[in-house]
Design a protein around this ligand. Sequence first.
Ligand SMILES: Cc1cc2nc3c(=O)[nH]c(=O)nc-3n(C[C@H](O)[C@H](O)[C@H](O)COP(=O)(O)O)c2cc1C
Length: 167
Amino acid sequence: MSKIGIFFGSSSGTTEDIAGRVAGLFGVSSSDVHNVADANAADMANYDVLLLGSSTWGMGDLQDDWVDFLPEAAKQDLNGKKVAFFGCGDSSSYSDTYCDSLATIKEELAGTGCTFIGKVPAEGHNFDETRCQEGDELIGALLDEVNESGETDERLEIWADAVKKAL
Ligand SMILES: Cc1cc2nc3c(=O)[nH]c(=O)nc-3n(C[C@H](O)[C@H](O)[C@H](O)COP(=O)(O)O)c2cc1C
């Protein structure tokens, strides 16, 4: 069975809360849920599947703790590992840079040998632009706890199903 690890960054606790909900959906124990603020990127080697979560700040910028963690993550050999994304943003106030940090993480990890999984249909989301859109799909679970928290459960389930199908 694949071992799943969750790595998240969160400035005001929203993505941290979602990471806990993601752990529940996948049956991941709390010891395998890592806040990148104090995680070691080398620990990614312990997992077959990495569920990576970040909020987006500034104008499409990485969450602060990912700024230090991501260059270290990008140096790891993630060959054979499957990577999926979840993230929190604000599709109303930041509708042109919605959840863009996830696209940055994906770009930076592209050279590590990992396989990206867990795309979902973009349909039903309300934003003007995101770098997370590829054709009709989004690269992961894009969640808006500020304006659309009522959609989160369904969005997480659709994403979790897509991830599980790819395992
Ligand atoms: C100053 C500021 C800048 C933000 N910039 C963006 C942005 O560019 N894109 C986006 O989708 N959300 C943006 N957000 C919304 C946050 O990502 C959102 O509130 C998120 O839930 C925070 O999650 P966290 O508590 O896990 O950090 C911004 C929020 C603030 C206050």
